[in-house]
Design a protein around this ligand. Structure first.
Ligand code: ZJS
Ligand code: ZN
Length: 348
């Protein structure tokens, strides 16, 4: 049975700013995909990391390879993207920035262009069906693919920035953090920034990225994903912390993802505590709700119980996240209004 706290966190209006499309595919949707492609011999245990389970970072990235085999056509992407958006809406998310890496699949005729178009079509259909959520899209650059692909992706993202009626708002940098170096991607990211794309970069997700973070913080990014190893206690540095604080760059915090991926030893050791205490802009996110078997309500509830935060404090956290979105000012104002209307009813 749901407790009162469960209900509060589900009803709490929320903003999700760090969600990878293919990592967000739910158990139910995965079931459909597995049935559609029986010849792949994929089992559910290969696409999700359950309660109490932990994997190495490398094992986690293997999971995405499996999921990509299951999601490889326009039809799959449309279904998956619509389901993910509907699930976030059902969880009380009122504003979502979804991110995904455009892929090419020769066998199904999928191109990077049609990949993005299909995600945008899913967003359009959800809007038309009056799903109660505003969705924007970040085009993702997979660092493993190197500088040439990064530059091509930036060009593609720029085209969509101009033609998607405000839906494409930015660029993400993600992929296995142990592969490649950000210096090779700097000019692509700089170009993206100069053409008006907002930058949400995975930074210091592992401990070996100190120099890379020093460099990429000079861009600077508009938001940081994880930032697990920025502060000196875990091998980061004062200079990194100073750069982040001076530029007031919001950090996207994904508690369950970091614990299950073992970059953080336990919930109570999560760096959320460090940054939140300093009053730095923090936003709770899911990262990959399907892979890590979580949802945003659960992440809010976990943060509150782990760090002893009141419902009022959690309300503030969700409301402040509006300011960290890449949405234009009128949308932010609309969201503020929505939060104000719901406050009386939900926060008693
Ligand atoms: C392994 C682990 C702990 C995952 C969480 N941390 C992550 N760090 C970096 N890139 C990620 C992470 N989770 C998802 N991604 C990126 O998102 C992709 C899946 O979503 P999509 O195909 O872009 O729609 C992955 O292939 C990867 O490039
Ligand atoms: Zn991520």
């Amino acid at each position: 049975m749901d407790t009162e706290a469960d209900l509060f966190y589900r009803q709490l209006p929320k903003v999700e700013l760090h969600a990878h499309l293919n990592g967000s595919v739910s158990f139910e949707t995965m079931e459909t995909l597995i049935k559609r492609k029986p010849h792949l011999n994929i089992e559910h245990s290969m696409t999700a990391i359950r309660r109490g389970q932990r994997r190495t970072l490398d094992e986690c990235f293997q999971v995405f390879k499996v999921i990509h085999q299951l999601v490889d056509s326009e039809e799959d992407i449309l279904m998956v993207a619509k389901a993910v958006i509907q699930e976030f809406a059902a969880d009380g998310v009122k504003y979502l920035e979804l991110r995904s890496t455009p892929r090419e699949v020769t066998e199904t005729g999928l191109t990077k262009q049609t990949y993005i178009e299909t995600v945008l079509e899913a967003i359009r259909q959800c809007k038309q069906e009056e799903v109660d959520i505003d969705v924007r899209f970040l085009v993702a650059v997979d660092r493993r693919h190197g500088p040439v692909v990064a530059m091509e992706t930036v060009k593609l993202a720029e085209d969509f920035l101009l033609s998607s009626d405000g839906v494409v708002v930015g660029l993400d940098l993600s992929g296995d953090p142990t592969v490649g170096h950000g210096k090779d991607l700097f000019s692509a990211l700089e170009k993206a920034k100069n053409c008006g794309l907002k930058l949400a970069l995975h930074l210091s997700e592992v401990s070996t990225q100190r120099d890379e973070s020093e460099l990429l913080l000079n861009l600077p990014p508009d938001r940081i994903g994880h930032g697990t190893f920025l502060h000196p206690e875990v091998g980061g540095s004062e200079s990194l912390v100073e750069k982040v604080c001076k530029q007031n760059i919001p950090i996207e915090m994904c508690l369950t993802s970091n614990v299950k991926g073992q970059t953080v030893p336990s919930y109570d050791k999560h760096h959320f505590q460090y940054w939140y205490k300093r009053g730095h802009p923090c936003v709770l996110c899911t990262d990959d709700k399907g892979v890590f078997c979580t949802d945003l309500s659960q992440e809010y509830q976990l943060a509150a119980s782990t760090f002893g935060l009141t419902q009022e404090a959690m309300w503030m956290l969700s409301q402040q996240a509006i300011g960290y979105t890449f949405a234009p000012e009128p949308i932010k104002q609309r969201l503020e209004k929505k939060w104000a209307e719901l406050k009386q009813e939900i926060l008693q």
